[in-house]
Ligand binder design. Sequence first.
Ligand SMILES: Nc1ncnc2c1ncn2[C@@H]1O[C@H](COP(=O)(O)OP(=O)(O)OP(=O)(O)O)[C@@H](O)[C@H]1O
Length: 315
Amino acid sequence: MTALDSAAPTTTTSTLDLAGVSRWYGNVVAVNDVSMTLGPGVTGLLGPNGAGKTTLLHMMAGFLAPSRGQVTLDGRPTWRNPDVYRWLGLVSEREAVHTFLTAYEFVLATAKLHKLPDPQAAARRAVALVELEGAQDRRIGTYSKGMRQRARVAAALVHDPQVLLLDEPFNGMDPRQRLHMMELLHSLGDAGRTILFSSHILEEVEQVSGTVQVMVAGRLAASGDFRTIRRLMTNRPHVFAVRSTDDRALAVALMAEPSVTGVELGRDGLTVRAGDYGAFTRMLPKVALARGVRVRQLVPEDESLESVFSYLVEA
Ligand SMILES: Nc1ncnc2c1ncn2[C@@H]1O[C@H](COP(=O)(O)OP(=O)(O)OP(=O)(O)O)[C@@H](O)[C@H]1O
């Protein structure tokens, strides 16, 4: 039996289960009645800043008590259960690393904390997994942000956990580092591990995982296949601010268009609601031209991530 085998759980794959989990800080409800089940493979936890992603990850990892509900890993509660740390790794968003240590020393220290039977071998293996061997004997203080992040991932993986949770792992990474981290998460997921990473960037989640859990204002707003969620997001109504040489005439013309669901005439121009983004932007110049009106400005008003997310909550 190798050092890593002895740290491995009895099951080959792990399931993390949340049942009606809430967490509040005083009057602030950070997580509100969230239920989900996470199995092997990579899942993205998507949501705008302040949605409650970090709070949720910390409860999953057993670092924070739910105010209500329960988080279980293969049927065992994660809160107040030190055994869980053998099967789970967390890479948190803001975490100081000892910059005077080398990556190898840092990962080795974690291996020793886990009381692994052969900490040196486990540390070497984890460092290799994140491809930091070439720099493993350099102080972390000399690393780029992406390399530091990889050193932290190596430390979280040193005991070969079945579950890996990562809070905004792509923050501050350049495109090459991003790609490398994505490949690493993919390969861990393909190997049957349960991987959950949080992000507030839609495209990031799209590139890494097919399964997504969307959080908005503490609640689970949508969950499932990425394509379904993408469709929900693109089919939502769009709001445009339009200015033209004759807003009143344009308003009348637009009202007759089937893709337009509403037009408001204001002092600063028109506010137009349309169901299909592409169809509306293609149709507008044609309709204007037919009336001899020139469009001076066309600005989508609701393209912020927050508005996309709030649409999902209302859906
Ligand atoms: N220790 C705390 N005390 C009081 N309020 C907190 C605490 N931690 C988080 N909150 C609040 O709970 C809500 C959710 O925060 P959380 O950090 O979990 O969200 P997030 O989705 O991870 O956002 P971010 O990516 O910005 O960290 C926020 O309103 C936040 O201000």
